[in-house]
Design a binder for this molecule. Structure first.
Ligand code: FEO
Length: 391
């Protein structure tokens, strides 16, 4: 992928990671991009870099536009290594460049790279002129790390948003309208669900601040550039940041001898009969990061596991560990599962709901060994009852 001029004198110069399939535990079936942008003005600014493995792409793209030794500023909106990994190599071309970053950014970059670069710390309200344009900085702590910030260029009405509004998607298309809203919304939702969910309050605060800035283009550090669906993605972020959900359900389960699976199917039947849309996710076949995408929009979350060795199945244990870390709020929980003699799994799942502060309107279903016809009918009724609660 070559450098692409996205606005006169402003270029996408990032790297595409077509083959990555796991991004710190997040399944990236479609790869990802690490977006870097070059502003060529009286001063030249490189906005963020890339993960170390695609540094050659970054340097090649920069060289298509300018000699990298001409870079005056390397702007680091976020320390995480998928954006800062190429800074050491870039600074070999332009050792006198100033590294613009937040206070926490300087600390993080020093810890990561053990280098005494020419840092200049910026904060919300600070600006740097590039000649005909202004870089205006807005710190957005915890979206995604304490150091995170975004950069706004008022003359162009462009927001360089780093992780915010990103999507893990490797593509040669660079703009949202080249993909289409329904497809790109899915990737943005999965990204939010797995990266930003724990920081809803901070994301809401950042959205409120950013509402003061007119924006014609949002350039995130992953995926496509937003230019046609900006109101749509801002609306979705507003919903996600406030944990707004839809009247839909997700059933997440694993099964040992199919008893818990039978219950899952019956519960789904009941939910559908009550008019509630539902996704059924067996943890043997669905990655936990994809389950989180379903969960992002679902008010009702049903978790099912048989009891194994006095607890839940390890697959469910992994999922609930991940879930508790991401801490989605405002959900209704329901637990179910089969057991032989202990039955602890359902109780453990209900403890998870308690820790997450979710509502639990119905006591969980626990079935000894294999459900009979009457227990299967009862599970359908439970599904229907849960569905009716959503209306
Ligand atoms: Fe894309 Fe928090 O790094």
């Amino acid at each position: 992928m070559s450098a692409l001029e996205i606005r006169k004198g402003i270029y996408w110069v990032g790297g595409i990671d077509w083959n990555i399939r796991n991004f710190h535990g997040y399944s990236t079936q479609n790869g990802t991009t690490y977006n870097a942008y070059l502003v060529v003005d009286e001063k030249t600014v490189l906005i963020d870099t890339v993960k170390q493995n695609v540094t050659r792409q970054l340097i090649s793209n920069i060289k298509q536009v300018i000699d990298p030794s001409k870079i005056d500023y390397v702007l680091s909106n976020h320390v995480e290594m998928d954006h800062s990994g190429a800074i050491p190599e870039i600074l070999q071309y332009c050792p006198n460049a100033t590294v613009l970053t937040s206070k926490a950014g300087e600390k993080g970059l020093r810890r990561h790279y053990k280098n005494d670069w020419n840092f200049r710390v910026v904060k919300t309200g600070d600006t740097v002129s590039t000649g005909s344009r202004t870089l205006s900085f807005i710190t957005t702590p915890m979206v995604h790390w304490p150091d995170s910030m975004v950069t706004y260029v008022p003359e162009e009405k462009i927001l360089f948003s780093n992780d915010a509004f990103g999507q893990h998607l490797a593509t040669s298309e660079r703009y949202d309208d080249e993909i289409g809203w329904s497809c790109i919304r899915k990737d943005a939702a999965k990204y939010y669900a797995n990266i930003v969910t724990p920081f809803g309050r901070q994301a809401e605060k950042a959205l409120n601040t950013l509402a003061e800035y007119p924006v014609e283009m949002i350039c995130p550090s992953h995926g496509i550039v937003w230019r046609s669906y900006i109101p749509d993605i801002l609306r979705e972020y507003g919903k996600w940041a406030t944990y707004e959900t839809e009247n839909r359900a997700v059933i997440v389960y694993d099964s040992m001898w199919n008893s818990t699976e039978k219950l899952a199917f019956q519960l789904e039947e009941g939910l559908v009969r009550s008019g509630i849309r539902c996704s059924l996710r067996n943890l043997k076949f669905t990655h936990i990061s994809d389950v989180m995408t379903d969960l992002l929009d679902s008010r009702l979350v049903l978790l099912g596991s048989p009891t194994l060795n006095n607890g839940m199945l390890p697959t469910m244990g992994e999922f609930v560990t991940y879930l508790k870390g991401l801490k989605p709020k405002n959900r209704i929980g329901f637990a179910f599962g089969s057991y032989g003699w202990g039955g602890q799994a359902v109780r453990e799942l209900e403890k998870v709901f308690e820790e997450l502060d979710w509502q639990v309107p119905l006591k969980g279903t626990s079935i000894e060994y294999v459900p009979d016809e009457s227990e299967l009918d009862s599970a359908v009724n439970t599904g229907k009852e849960l569905g009716d609660l959503l209306k």
